[in-house]
Design a protein around this ligand. Structure first.
Ligand code: PMT
Length: 390
């Protein structure tokens, strides 16, 4: 998002304090953030707080700078109102311009995203619902509100969406939808193969690589299904999430959804072996000298055998940059692309935010990529899709 400008309009809700963190997270995504506050918002959070976080002046008054109601909107790539009160939403739907945000709204000609926050009764009120419908007709996007406990003590729909969901919606709003014709099935995380009710065989996969692919594909407009083993990550709201435990469960989940997919990307670290039998009771210390293992199904190979016209991308986790072994995996499993990561390299492979990979295509051509964030790598992989189409 480097170089994109967000005009963040903060209106008078207690949720305004969350917008300080939101501004910081938008900066982390590479946005430049300019904040405008209503008079009521300034009663909840001081403009100075936003100035300190964004490093930019905060505008609060229509009359303090000449033509700011035009210049600020001209510079913006995204007009984000968070939190948006019932009053602001009703005024926007009627085009009332009695303050700086109202004027900016009328002079702005780009993408608008609104994150409402209010009491659940206010949110249910027909006049608010009518305003939201009218604004949606103008192609304005909404994120939230969500149900939960409200500052006043009521329970219901009215809480501002989570900051992470708003930031994701902002990034998504400005991402070109070049994958909108795709239905992408992604696997992530480890599988866990139980020995008894308290122990299992697994590996160090955190799920970050697969989650990054799912997130990047959804941002680019794809319908995404993410099948993941147990991880501590929160799946994005805009994808279909299928949690599984074992290799057998992952196999069933993938093969059930494969027919609908146009692309399958398997970043999961499926356990290659599972205990031959799972003990129903906890095995005592003295009761075991060895565990008999059986092979798990090779899900990627099975997906390769029913590949048809869909694109199939696998990963290879190697201890060393073994390009020949990765080429052999690509052939044996009938893949279009294989992403080789040498998991012994610092910053690559398991349980880190970054990866270092070599991507090999069907012709055997390999391309090395430097250390990069997993979300950047996800885009690199997705960028290769058009060239893979026969
Ligand atoms: O989750 P992170 O912490 O972010 O770590 C990322 C990662 C290291 C797990 C990821 O980058 C990665 O390399 N994933 C593949 C790990 C792996 O199992 O590699 P493999 O070389 O053993 O398997 C090759 C391919 O076959 C993989 O696409 C794997 O999903 C698939 N496979 C493997 C075994 C099996 N029984 N069934 C499979 O489908």
């Amino acid at each position: 998002m480097n170089g994109k400008n967000i005009l963040l309009i903060v209106t008078g809700s207690i949720a305004a304090y969350k917008s300080v963190d939101m501004a910081r997270r938008l900066l982390d995504e590479g946005f430049s953030v300019r904040v405008v506050m209503t008079e009521a918002a300034c009663r909840f959070v001081a403009p100075l707080t936003f100035e300190a976080v964004t490093g930019k002046p905060v505008s609060t008054n229509l009359f303090s700078e000449p033509f700011s109601h035009i210049s600020l909107s001209k510079e913006a790539d995204l007009f984000l109102i968070a939190p948006a009160t019932a009053n602001t939403i009703n005024k926007l739907s009627c085009g009332i311009a009695d303050d700086l945000p109202g004027n900016l709204y009328l002079t702005y000609e780009g993408k608008i995203l609104i994150a409402p926050a209010m009491n659940c009764r206010m949110y249910r009120h027909p006049s608010v619902q009518k305003s939201i419908r009218e604004l949606k007709k103008l192609d304005i996007d909404f994120v939230g509100p969500v149900p939960g406990s409200l500052a006043c003590g009521d329970e219901g729909e009215g809480r501002m969406a989570e900051v992470s969901a708003i930031v994701e919606a902002a990034v998504s709003a400005l991402t070109p939808k070049d994958l909108s014709k795709h239905n992408i099935l992604v696997t992530a995380g480890p599988t866990v193969e139980p020995i008894d009710p308290v122990r299992y065989i697994s590996n160090r996969s955190s799920g970050r690589m697969g989650f990054a692919i799912a997130k990047a594909a959804a941002r680019r407009g794809a319908q995404v299904t993410l099948v993941s083993g147990p991880v501590s990550l929160t799946p994005p709201d805009n994808i279909s999430y299928v949690p599984v435990q074992t290799a057998l469960e992952m196999e069933a989940a993938v093969l059930k959804r494969a027919p609908k997919a146009t692309v399958i990307i398997m970043a999961a670290a499926v356990a290659d072996f599972a205990p031959a039998v799972m003990n129903r009771n906890k095995i005592g210390k003295g009761d075991i000298s060895s565990i008999t293992l059986k092979k798990t199904p090779d899900i990627l190979k099975k997906a390769g055998s029913i590949k048809g016209k869909r694109l199939l991308i696998g990963f290879a986790a190697e201890t060393g940059k073994d390009i020949e072994s990765a080429r052999e995996k690509l052939k044996r499993k009938n893949l279009d692309l294989i992403v080789l990561n040498d998991v012994t390299q610092e910053g690559a492979g398991f349980d880190v935010d970054t990866n270092i990979v070599t991507i090999i295509d069907r012709s055997g051509k390999s391309t090395d990529y430097p250390l990069m964030n997993k979300i950047e790598l996800a885009d690199v992989i997705l960028d290769r899709l058009p060239a893979l189409k026969k």
